[in-house]
Design a binder for this molecule. Structure first.
Ligand SMILES: [Zn+2]
Length: 74
């Protein structure tokens, strides 16, 4: 089995977007992950979890830049 880099999914508490973070791989140009303050970061174990409904709020949307690979599967 090929070794895979660790992937984490990070959302900004104050926005409706989540990002895909792959260990050892820089974020693509346009992705604003770096602008999320540490205090506003929410970490998910999977994209499914990030997209699941939050009580009283709309679910997170995938970032158009760093989640491209993931989106293309839809
Ligand atoms: Zn992003």
């Amino acid at each position: 089995m090929a070794k895979r880099n660790k992937v984490t999914w990070i959302a900004n508490k104050n926005h409706d977007e989540f990002h895909r973070v792959e260990e050892g791989v820089p974020q693509p140009e346009g992705c604003q992950l770096g602008e999320i303050l540490p205090d506003n970061r929410i970490e998910f174990r999977s994209a499914r979890e990030a997209m699941s409904k939050r009580p009283g709020r709309k679910a997170y949307d995938p970032c158009a830049y760093c989640t491209k690979k993931f989106r293309s599967r839809h």
